[in-house]
Design a protein. Structure first.
Length: 438
């Protein structure tokens, strides 16, 4: 066997270049073989072993990236240590090969560490606390530090100098580095404040009018925050803007389980009056008003009885009004509504009257935070309240439209026709319009 090897080597005595090329080819073949063995055999064994642990739950893609990064180190090590055994190879070429291989190993280790940090982040995100305490910003900062250290080591390896020399020179470049990494430092401080104070979490609904952001936070990173707006667009802005700019976080509403309803019904002020006899009969038939009417009529009766002879004057006596009775009805309606939160504020109040009528503001909380359900509850509630207004002799205010002016012209024409005496009532038509007769 030894004689065969010697005979084989003697073949290259007359051709050193061919000997060098053959040795390099053998080194490349060995490196490729090691790469194949590691990735096809050891990689599968390690992957199967990891599947038996809880780490396998983080996803095959992350595990494959981490293991593949480590596997790339093996052929680089083969080149680093094998290049010295290549005969007749110039020292400068051998140095360049070792330097490049060493730099590749440093870069591969840095990428492997970053892949390991991705696995750590994925494992942490499975914990319930991850929603309120995200670590993505810190992971990105660690990655930045790893790549920064790897860059220094690679440069030191390529120029064949100690890394300490490069690090000592960084002190003089501190001002430049502060300027270059200004956004990173500001974002880091912002990320720490956001995480420490729980200002924003992934899944929160926030509003930032200055940035046209109104939707759900889907990502909080070291440099940027992504918000998916309700129209499915994505708004991306620097993380530090959550500290410097005002915004509204709807998390409190979502966690409370109820969403506020705050709307007004505008009442035509000309329809407000004391209850007539017929209206009093109508409201006494309403079940929700039985207790209110009994208590209120007793209170009014005792007040009027104490007036004595002064009670004969209409102006001195207290009476039920249609607007006050309607407010009491709305309050009892809300208290009996199955989809209104009873423990939160329920308020029915008059606001300042204006050119659009008298606002009756309804303030309560729907027992849901789901948008569709919330809008359905609110719409059904106001459908009912608008429809029942005429039972109290009330009318909702609405600015005159073209149809209203058309009715006015028709009425004016009828009045003129009535004075002439050539008309008759036509039943079934709007306003009992009188038509001219021959």
């Amino acid at each position: 066997m030894i004689s065969l090897i010697n005979e084989y080597l003697s073949f290259f005595d007359d051709s050193p270049l061919l000997y060098t090329l053959a040795a390099l080819s053998l080194l490349v073949a060995v490196s490729c073989f090691l790469n194949f063995v590691v990735k096809k055999i050891l990689l599968r064994l390690v992957h199967r072993a990891l599947r038996l642990t809880s780490i396998s739950d983080v996803g095959d893609n992350l595990l494959e990236k981490f293991i593949a990064r480590l596997a790339n180190i093996v052929p680089a090590l083969a080149f680093t240590h094998g290049i010295v055994w290549v005969p007749h190879l110039p020292e400068k070429i051998a140095f360049i090969v070792r330097t490049v291989a060493a730099s590749f190993i440093i870069l591969t280790l840095a990428m492997a560490l970053c892949a390991a940090l991705n696995i750590v982040e994925a494992i942490y995100n499975r914990r319930p606390i991850a929603a309120s305490r995200p670590i993505k910003g810190y992971i990105q900062l660690l990655k930045l530090g790893i790549y920064l250290v790897a860059g220094i080591l690679i440069i030191a390896t390529l120029i064949d100098k100690s890394p300490v020399i490069l690090l000592s020179g960084l002190g003089a470049m501190a001002a430049v580095l502060m300027l270059v990494f200004q956004d990173t430092l500001l974002s880091l401080v912002a990320s720490i404040q956001i995480a420490a104070n729980g200002l924003v979490r992934v899944g929160d609904w926030i509003e930032m009018p200055n940035l046209n952001a109104d939707g759900t936070v889907i990502d909080i990173a070291l440099h940027t925050v992504k918000v998916q707006n309700w129209d499915r667009t994505i708004t991306t802005f620097p993380t530090r803007r959550l500290i410097t700019d005002p915004f509204k976080n709807w998390r409190g509403m979502q966690e409370s389980g109820g969403r506020r309803i705050k709307r007004s019904i505008y009442i035509d002020q000309t329809s407000i009056h004391f209850l007539t006899e017929q209206e009093s009969i109508n409201v006494h038939r309403i079940r929700l008003l039985q207790n209110y009417l009994a208590t209120k009529e007793k209170e009014i009766g005792e007040w009027n009885n104490r007036l004595g002879e002064a009670g004969n004057s209409f102006a001195n006596r207290r009476q039920l009004t249609n607007i006050g009775t309607f407010r009491a009805y709305v309050e009892q309606y809300l208290l009996s509504h199955p989809k209104i939160v009873k423990n939160d504020t329920i308020l029915v109040r008059q606001m300042d009257p204006g050119a659009t009528g008298l606002p009756i503001e309804i303030y309560c909380f729907a027992a849901t935070t789901v948008w569709n359900d919330y809008e359905a509850i609110q719409s059904d509630m106001f459908d009912h309240l608008y429809s029942i207004l005429p039972q109290f002799g009330l009318y909702a205010y609405q600015q005159p439209s073209g149809r209203d002016f058309q009715k006015v012209r028709v009425i004016e024409g009828v009045s003129h026709s009535v004075l002439s005496g050539n008309e008759e009532i036509v039943p079934g038509k709007t306003g009992n319009i009188r038509e001219k007769t021959e």
